[in-house]
Design a protein around this ligand. Structure first.
Ligand SMILES: Nc1ncnc2c1ncn2[C@@H]1O[C@H](COP(=O)(O)OP(=O)(O)OP(=O)(O)O)[C@@H](O)[C@H]1O
Ligand SMILES: [Mg+2]
Length: 444
């Protein structure tokens, strides 16, 4: 077996060795020669072998005089472009790349180690890019064209793909591919400085004690990654239902049911929303429900589940601070079609959420847990307070994103709850003397 690196180097070398016109000419010939219908019934590896045989024959018959190396390279390139994703293949094979962003045919960016850089690869023209896009989405029985110009899909290896076409995108078809390297474990996140060992132990205890945890952060801040790592604390044997728009979570437990929403088909029918799935999951006797990200009316269903019988559920929300997360949950919950007064919605949010973990992606690509807050039960006036369990204090004076994680404390009432449900308290974070003094009051 050759390594992905070696294959990637070959393809790159091929791109330099054989010229584009020749590749295009032989791609045409190959497409004339083969029966695409028959081909589509074969396994990928068989397809590749078949195409390579036909191509070798065609080059031998019609090709210019080429060295054996040039010939092999021409065959590989034509097959890659016919079968695979052409210029994207080496980028997909490169393990250091986590995201591929195609902004029209001649501009491709990649993200490597959290940094975005321009890639040398380019498509010949719009049409070639569209063909590649077509190949990706037809593989999952979706269609993308002027009438449905936005589509999500997944590559056979699980990479998540989003496509948006003109006229919605102004400078040509835009293709974004997110790769999923082996997800980080909690230990790996600690090693990278994303969070501290005491905070990891705290989250582990919270999950085991069935507190409801919400991970909050901006786009690409590492919410899904952290959710995945946190979910490892769910004891084996519990029945877990995961609900996502595009399945990204990979839980290690034995008893996991993965659900994925579905957009409407081209006739505008058949849509299954996250909300439909959350409602359905309640009839599936789950011990815990994990919603990849709440974005709309399903928030209300999720909160009620967290409040009634499915404690210990987990989700993420797009927000920039714990306070913002609470407000965002309130807004999202009010998008449900239930005619609830706002005070009832607020009450639902505030009694459901026990812990918020706030993530941030710094300009240098570092993902960090900026703050962990816990909510203490409402006082006599019905106010709930947030209580800082840990915070990252930024030291901006030197223009970098350095700083240090500062440990706060666990509110006394919540410590009692952890102790009661779990039998022990996590080490490394002290218990506060009372519930009130350290906390900030939530803005009404
Ligand atoms: N702690 C981390 N350290 C370094 N890289 C990370 C970390 N967490 C996540 N990443 C990387 O950042 C990218 C985005 O991560 P992730 O999908 O978890 O973010 P997200 O907040 O869920 O994004 P989205 O807003 O798209 O849902 C991934 O490539 C992931 O591997
Ligand atoms: Mg995510």
């Amino acid at each position: 077996m050759r390594t992905a690196d070696a294959v990637s180097r070959d393809i790159q070398a091929d791109a330099e060795a054989s010229d584009d016109a020749l590749v295009a000419e032989f791609r045409e010939k190959l497409l004339e020669e083969i029966d695409l219908n028959e081909l589509s019934r074969l396994e990928l590896s068989q397809r590749r072998a078949r195409l390579e045989r036909v191509m070798a024959h065609l080059v031998g018959r019609d090709g210019p005089l080429l060295s054996s190396r040039e010939r092999a390279s021409l065959v590989r390139r034509v097959v890659a472009e016919t079968l695979g994703l052409g210029v994207l293949e080496p980028l997909l094979l490169d393990d250091s790349i986590t995201e591929i962003m195609v902004n029209g045919p001649s501009t491709i960016f990649v993200e490597r180690f959290g940094q975005v850089e321009r890639a040398k690869a380019r498509f010949v023209n719009n049409e070639q890019l569209l063909q590649t896009i077509d190949r990706i989405v037809s593989e999952v029985n979706r269609r993308v064209d002027e009438s449905s110009p936005m589509v999500d899909a997944r590559l056979p290896n699980g990479e998540r793909v989003n496509v948006i076409l003109p006229p919605l995108s102004l400078d040509g078809p835009v293709l974004t591919i997110r790769k999923f390297p082996k997800p980080f474990t909690m230990q790996e996140l600690i090693d990278r400085g994303t969070l501290t060992a005491p905070v990891a132990a705290f989250l582990d205890a919270c999950v085991k004690a069935r507190l409801n945890v919400v991970v909050s952060g901006g786009t690409g801040s590492g919410k899904t990654t952290l959710l995945n790592a946190v979910s490892a604390s769910i004891p084996d044997g519990e029945r877990i239902v995961t609900i996502e728009d595009a399945a990204e979570l990979s839980l290690q437990q034995q008893h996991v049911i993965r659900l994925e929403s579905r957009p409407a088909n081209v006739e505008g029918r058949g849509q299954i929303t996250i909300r439909d799935l959350v409602r359905n999951s309640l009839r599936m006797r789950p011990d815990r429900i994990i919603v990849g990200e709440v974005r709309g009316g399903e928030t209300m269903d999720m909160l009620s589940a967290m409040n009634t019988g499915h404690e210990g559920s987990l989700t993420t929300v797009h927000a920039n601070s714990p306070e913002d997360a609470i407000h965002r949950l309130e807004t999202l919950a009010s998008m449900s079609d239930l005619e609830l007064p706002f005070t009832a919605i607020r009450e639902q949010v505030r009694s459901a959420v026990d812990v918020i973990v706030q993530l941030n992606r710094a300009s240098d690509g570092t993902r960090r847990v900026m703050e962990v807050v816990m909510f203490v039960p409402a006082d006599d006036d019905g106010n709930r307070r947030s209580h800082v369990v840990s915070r990252f204090d930024e030291n901006r004076t030197d223009g970098t994103t350095r700083g240090s994680h500062v440990i706060g404390s666990i509110p006394r009432s919540m410590a009692a709850r952890l102790q009661r449900n779990q039998g022990y308290l996590p080490e490394g974070i002290p218990v506060a003397l009372g519930d009130q003094p350290v906390g900030r009051r939530l803005a009404p």
